[in-house]
Design a protein around this ligand. Structure first.
Ligand SMILES: Cc1cc2nc3c(=O)[nH]c(=O)nc-3n(C[C@H](O)[C@H](O)[C@H](O)COP(=O)(O)OP(=O)(O)OC[C@H]3O[C@@H](n4cnc5c(N)ncnc54)[C@H](O)[C@@H]3O)c2cc1C
Ligand SMILES: NC(=O)c1ccc[n+]([C@@H]2O[C@H](COP(=O)([O-])OP(=O)(O)OC[C@H]3O[C@@H](n4cnc5c(N)ncnc54)[C@H](O)[C@@H]3O)[C@@H](O)[C@H]2O)c1
Length: 474
């Protein structure tokens, strides 16, 4: 029986532990905070739980357009939204409870499977042992035939804008808020910044988004970023483009954020969402011969091997693609590879991802950037959502479906969906990319009428028989 030691209990670590056990390993997992890791306790689960409440508020915001009015006798406002109050203390209590419960559920599952869990901190002792420091300070040396490092990442801090947990916050501290901020400044318009800006905007907060680039979500599809920027602006959010924050200070009962060009922005709170740094310090990596990149990330290949024999790494500490789903897959691949099961190398061309804003932005496979740069040859179609019957019924105007296929065969190689619940709609494109389905096959599968998924079939239909690398826009 191989001794498997895993450092870190996020999706990269705990999913690997389950596979390691299934394949007959003697698995020990060391986690210093809680099972599920940052994904469950501070990142994915709490942010998406908060966004679930924000989604309801977005729907309520559309209520008047769909023919609903406040009860005239009891009305306290002009619109339905005016009659609803957000109790942030209650919202965040629910968020935190759900995250803690999810963590407990994961711990119970792992324990039931016979995985040993150590609550403490781990570090490598060469390539064949790991030192665990238990929560009570005692130390234990664990023999390891296979080690997986899955220690994740944490919020990046600017030297002059250190979070104080009160007014200057990072994303892990947002759930301490018990009252809606009077004015929330969000620094950084990457995925984290955009999601929190969108959620707090929907909850009725005055939001200022400090965005260092021309457009929000610079790393996402350009057309999608444009739609989101327009939706944000239309809903009253202030977006400061090409603005880089250099400092944030608590002043009086508020905060002042200073930009690189000397301008200042005032608010009641600021969320610093300027990226993440890997947790790779103090792990004994260099001593064990594990190579890291200048960014601090651990270098891995497509089967999660590091430069040291028997040592694997998965998830945000590798920086390959900071998603819970990718971390989990890297972790499973590490176990399949090290314990001799059938294994396919990690294929980033089939990863689907979603930005949980309103509307959501879901992507899979080839990107517009790759097509425009000539790295991928593709035909593409962009079909606006406002032509879809179901969207009209639901009062949805902003969004589109974009599909990329190979010029000659019509095989689907990627797509972008901007729509409410795009995270669910994208699965059909994800399946098409993975199974190498053609646009004609996708178009021939029945979709329900009326449905938003009808637009995916319609987009595929419009790509039938077209030639060359053209882009069709409707
Ligand atoms: C705000 C936010 C929202 C996100 N939303 C999504 C989303 O919707 N979907 C998605 O796919 N991804 C999302 N992500 C990304 C996702 O959170 C990460 O990709 C994921 O958490 C990576 O998992 P991991 O296992 O690598 O690390 P983590 O989840 O960070 O877990 C690593 C664990 O290792 C522990 N650890 C570190 N060092 C040690 C040590 N020496 N000893 C013991 N334990 C240690 C840490 O305490 C932590 O618990 C989001 C990220 C952020 C910031
Ligand atoms: N839905 C999801 O899957 C999801 C949600 C949130 C985060 N994540 C992942 O977590 C990771 C971290 O996300 P993130 O958005 O925090 O980081 P990020 O690196 O993607 O974005 C940070 C943004 O902040 C900007 N920035 C940096 N310094 C700045 C400054 N001084 N002033 C103004 N802007 C500045 C950067 O240009 C960048 O656009 C990402 O890899 C992301 O994919 C995923």
């Amino acid at each position: 029986m191989a001794d498997v030691v895993i450092i870190g209990g996020g999706p990269g670590g705990y999913e690997a532990a389950l596979v390691g056990k299934q394949l007959g390993g003697q698995v020990t997992l060391i986690e210093r905070r809680g099972l599920g890791g940052s994904a469950v306790l501070t990142d994915v689960v709490p942010s998406k739980t908060l966004i679930a409440t924000a989604e309801v508020m977005t729907q309520i915001g559309r209520a008047d357009e769909l023919g609903l009015r406040p009860d005239r006798d009891r009305a306290v406002g002009e619109t339905v939204a005016d009659t609803v109050e957000v109790d942030l203390a209650l919202v965040n209590e629910r968020v935190v409870q759900l995250a803690v419960q999810q963590s407990a559920d994961i711990e119970a599952r792992l324990t039931a499977e016979g995985i040993r869990i150590i609550h403490g901190t781990g570090r490598l002792d060469g390539t064949e042992a790991v030192i665990a420091t238990h929560a009570d300070g005692t130390r234990e040396r664990l023999a390891a035939d296979i080690t997986l490092v899955a220690t994740g990442a944490r919020p990046r801090e600017l030297p002059d804008a250190r979070p104080d947990g009160d007014r200057i916050l990072n994303w892990t501290q947002m759930y301490n808020l018990t009252e809606l901020p009077r004015r929330l400044i969000v620094v950084g318009s990457g995925v984290t910044g955009a999601e929190f800006a969108s959620a707090y905007n929907a909850l009725g907060v005055d939001v200022v988004l400090v965005s260092s680039r021309d457009q929000v979500l610079p790393s996402e599809d350009d057309d999608a970023g444009r739609v989101l920027q327009a939706v944000f602006e239309e809903s009253g959010m202030t977006i400061m483009s090409r603005a880089r924050a250099v400092a944030a200070a608590a002043v009086g009962s508020g905060v002042v954020v200073t930009l690189e060009d000397g301008r200042t922005v005032e608010g009641s709170h600021v969320l610093m969402a300027v990226g993440a740094v890997p947790n790779t310090e103090g792990l004994g990596l260099a001593e064990a011969g594990v190579a890291t990149l200048p960014s601090g990330h651990i270098e891995v290949d497509k089967v999660s091997r590091t430069s040291a024999r028997g040592v694997y790494a998965a998830g945000d500490c590798t920086g390959v693609f900071n998603l819970a789903s990718v971390a989990a897959m890297q972790g499973r691949i590490a176990m399949w590879h090290s314990l001799g099961d059938a294994v396919e190398p990690l294929d980033l061309k089939t990863v689907s991802a979603n930005v949980f804003t309103a509307p959501e932005i879901a992507t899979v496979g080839a990107t517009q950037g790759e097509v425009d740069a000539g790295l991928v040859r593709a035909r593409e179609v962009v079909l606006q959502l406002d032509s879809n019957a179901r969207a009209k019924m639901q009062g949805l105007k902003d969004g589109f479906v974009k599909v990329f296929c190979l010029p000659t065969t019509g095989i689907v190689i990627g797509g972008v969906i901007v729509a409410p619940h795009a995270s669910e709609l994208v699965h059909v494109l994800s399946l098409a990319v993975r199974a190498k389905i053609t646009v004609d096959q996708l178009a021939q599968a029945f979709t329900v009428y009326p449905s938003l998924s009808g637009s995916v079939a319609e987009a595929s239909r419009r790509l039938h028989g077209t030639a060359g690398d053209e882009q069709l826009v409707y």
